[in-house]
Design a protein around this ligand. Structure first.
Ligand code: BV8
Ligand code: ZN
Length: 248
């Protein structure tokens, strides 16, 4: 039956109006409408389409060729700086006016906070943070473009992006906060993620373990689809605002 998901979305909206606690797990797809290439989509910039993120977002790649890795991040930083959060990010800000919303994002673009969300757990760090590879220097650095490779103003060693690379652990504080938010939620909105990267994708299993209602917003069902009791098809920039329309 076409469109039956609309009725089920209305039920979710009613539960939000009644004060259901909401957690959100967002991925690259929520920023796609802002023109930020996703990891597994076809990146429209040929320069980078010949690399896979798993080959660049690793300590080994940085060790081997810090300039290449920094050129990739500098390119992504310039795309993020030249664009802005979209209606999907804004819908989550509006939802937080209706009920308790805690966002766990896999994205490093800072768009949830830029849109106005205040309860954001950056599970994989933030692309605007730089960290020294030698001393304890860490800071927000919004220079676009960056000098390649950027060096520590204190000890002149290489700086690295303040993100979690493949093979690196999730920061303990983010890990604990995300587990708590997901274990306590009544509804988990999974928005724009392929559900392929762990331990982030494991948060969906944790939510269903705690009997939360899992709702997926994606162009197509993802690897977490079988854990979702509702799949809302389409771009999150179009579909998340529908949830808000129903709650206000
Ligand atoms: C760790 C920050 C251990 C950097 C990122 C084999 C099996 C299982 C796991 C592993 C394995 N081998 C290795 C692992 C572990 C590994 C992993 O999961 N690998 C995967 C590839 C199999 N994980 C790790 O290494 C993690 N650490 O395990 O540490 C440990 C423990 C203790 C001590 C030492 C070590 C760390 C993982 C974090 C990596 N960093 N990002 C950066 O951004 O540069 S991951 C990065 O990729 C993102 O953050 C995100 O998590 C992931 C991309 O996934 P998505 O967000 O889902 O994006 P994607 O493009 O894939 O999909 C987009 C989706 O959006 C699609 O579904 C699409 O349909 C949809 N979409 C598109 N447009 C829209 C849309 N939806 C709605 N609207 C639209 N408009
Ligand atoms: Zn230093």
């Amino acid at each position: 039956m076409v469109g039956h998901w609309r009725e089920q979305l209305q039920e979710i909206a009613q539960r939000c109006r009644d004060g259901a606690r909401v957690a959100v797990l967002s991925g690259a797809g929520i920023s796609a409408a802002s023109g930020i290439p996703t990891f597994r989509g076809k990146s429209d910039d040929a320069l980078w389409s010949r690399y896979r993120p798993e080959e660049l977002a690793t300590p080994a790649a940085f060790q081997r060729d810090p300039e290449l890795v920094w050129r990739w991040y500098d390119w992504r930083r310039s795309l993020i700086a030249d664009s802005a959060p979209n209606a999907a990010h804004q819908a989550l800000v509006a939802l937080a006016a209706v009920t308790d919303v805690r966002i766990i994002t896999q994205n490093v673009d800072g768009y949830h906070q830029q849109a106005g969300s205040t309860d954001v757990i950056e599970y994989h760090g933030n692309i605007w943070t730089v960290r020294c590879t030698s001393c304890h220097y860490e800071n927000l650095d919004h220079r676009v473009p960056l000098p390649i490779p950027p060096r520590c103003p204190g000890c002149h060693a290489l700086l690295r992006p303040g993100v979690v690379w493949f093979g690196e652990p999730i920061p303990a504080a983010a890990c604990e906060a995300a587990d708590q938010a997901v274990a306590a939620c009544d509804i988990l909105l999974v928005v724009g993620t392929a559900g392929a990267v762990y331990p982030a994708a494991g948060l969906v299993t944790l939510a269903s373990f705690h009997d939360a209602t899992v709702v997926e917003f994606n162009l197509e069902p993802s690897a977490i689809a079988q854990r979702a009791s509702l799949y809302v098809p389409g771009s999150a920039a179009d579909t998340l605002p529908l949830l808000i329309e129903e709650t206000t």
